[in-house]
Ligand binder design. Structure first.
Ligand SMILES: C[S@@+](CC[C@H](N)C(=O)[O-])C[C@H]1O[C@@H](n2cnc3c(N)ncnc32)[C@H](O)[C@@H]1O
Length: 436
């Protein structure tokens, strides 16, 4: 049965939340304060999940979603909201998540860094699936499902990656991709050179032929990796180079790198900034130590190495650590030590006390109490926590604030406009002072 709903707010994940007959209702593609006709689809843990049928009175913040696939493709959640207001809404969601999960009442300003709202993604994973008529198609998963949604163009992908998507959609290419389940594309900072990774169960001889053909015929493709089970073979260039500010990063297939191309210099500056180093070392003779605990290929490690006497970069994936060590070497940064380990295992053995700065940039799962306990015991003076998940950030900050740290600032980097994703940076200092 359809019913009317006036949602009160947007929540993390992209839905709007309202109430009907004493029940909480979540509805996608809706905005706070507008009147909608919605229909209940399912109820889980007492919460009604509804779909919007009609907008009866639209919010003044609503815009026409420019993408014809919006609502069916699972990639975007906010195309119906003015881009400049998306960032504001995300800041409020972040603030509320900190309060609800971490019991942190952050009433100060959250500075907002907004990216260009379209064509920002420099990385994507296209799914490959066989249609009932036998044709292979490429696309993304549909909203809340593992059904593939074929598409010709994606408005948040960079122009270079859209060009490749268009070419791969041709019947000629798709006929050749039998056995391939996923195609990952990563473009460089100029959106000119592209690394491709093919995953699935491709026949090895056929895979090599496809890889060589991609190198010869797909615009911008300079490297093709074929990942079958545990085996990885790379054709063309062994890695992609990506520049951010003064630094150039080698990224091998399998290494992590950021997926949005516009705000990276701002994020790197905020995490590694001069003032944080200067504030830490009023006396310039002191040895300064920084730890970068989820370091990837060294996005933050290299700039930190220009400001700190020593930087220890810890990364769980050996392929990324190898890139990181090569990236430090290429910039003659001999004060970087690259360690392949989980943050937890590294901290268990770490004997030096009181690092001047610890940078945390964990995956969605966050750092977790087990590792935070060890971190707090080594008494870092400052912690810069980069997060892609407000709920785990709130949990982790809750722990840090209860164990001697003070929140100095929270910033929001809207790397992924049109989507519900929220990237933020929280800066903390140890409560018993920052002087040596
Ligand atoms: C969000 S990425 C950040 C990487 C890097 N800071 C950057 O911005 O490019 C998280 C990184 O942590 C690594 N990782 C995942 N779990 C880890 C763990 N338990 N300990 C250390 N590194 C981990 C991943 O391989 C990935 O490179």
């Amino acid at each position: 049965m359809p019913f009317e709903l006036i949602p009160q707010k947007l929540i993390y994940g992209g839905d709007a939340l309202g109430h009907y007959q004493g029940r909480t209702v979540l509805v996608p593609r809706a905005l706070a304060g507008e009147r909608l006709e919605v229909e209940a689809m399912r109820t889980a843990k007492g919460v009604v999940h509804a779909r919007p049928r009609r907008v009866l009175e639209a919010s003044p913040d609503r815009v026409e979603p420019p993408c014809p696939y919006f609502g069916r493709c699972g990639g975007c959640q906010y195309q119906h909201l003015k881009p400049e207001l998306q960032t504001v809404a995300k800041a409020e969601i972040l603030r509320e998540t900190l309060r609800r999960i971490g019991h942190i009442h952050w009433d100060s300003e959250i500075p907002l860094h907004a990216a260009h709202p379209w064509n920002y993604r420099n990385q994507t994973q296209l799914k490959v699936a066989r249609q009932p008529d036998g044709r292979l198609v490429l696309g993304f998963f549909e909203h809340e499902s593992h059904r593939l949604f074929p598409l010709d163009v994606c408005l948040i992908l960079s122009p270079g990656l859209n060009a490749i998507l268009g070419e791969l959609r041709s019947t000629e290419w798709s006929a050749r991709l039998v056995g391939c389940q996923e195609i990952e594309l990563l473009a460089d900072h100029q959106d000119e050179r592209v690394a491709v990774t093919l995953r699935g169960s491709l026949n090895p001889n056929e895979a090599e032929a496809i890889a060589r053909e991609m190198l010869a015929r797909l615009s911008g493709v300079v490297s093709v990796a074929v990942e079958t089970g545990r085996e990885l073979r790379v054709f063309g260039e062994a890695a992609l180079n990506y520049s951010v500010g003064d630094f150039r990063y080698r990224i091998s297939p399998g290494s992590f790198f950021q997926a949005s191309r516009f705000l990276l210099p701002e994020l790197v500056a905020a995490v590694t900034s001069e003032e944080s180093a200067a504030a830490l070392a009023p006396d310039s003779d002191r040895q300064m130590l920084a730890l970068d605990l989820f370091a990837g290929v060294g996005l933050f490690t290299l700039p930190l190495a220009r400001r700190f006497t020593q930087v220890v970069a810890v990364e769980a994936a050996a392929i990324s650590t190898a890139d990181l060590a090569a990236n430090a070497e290429a910039h003659a940064l001999r004060n970087v030590r690259a360690v392949t380990a989980t943050a937890f295992d590294f901290l268990r053995r770490f004997a030096q006390s009181a690092p001047d700065l610890v940078v945390l940039d964990p995956p969605r799962a966050g750092v977790g109490v087990r590792a935070l306990k060890l971190l707090v015991a080594c008494r870092p003076r400052r912690i810069h926590y980069v997060s892609c998940s407000p709920p785990t950030l709130a949990r982790d900050l809750g722990y840090l604030l209860a164990h001697g740290y003070e929140l100095q600032g929270v910033e929001l980097f809207d790397f992924f406009p049109q989507t519900f994703h929220i990237e933020s940076l929280a800066k903390l200092t140890r409560r018993d002072g920052t002087s040596p």
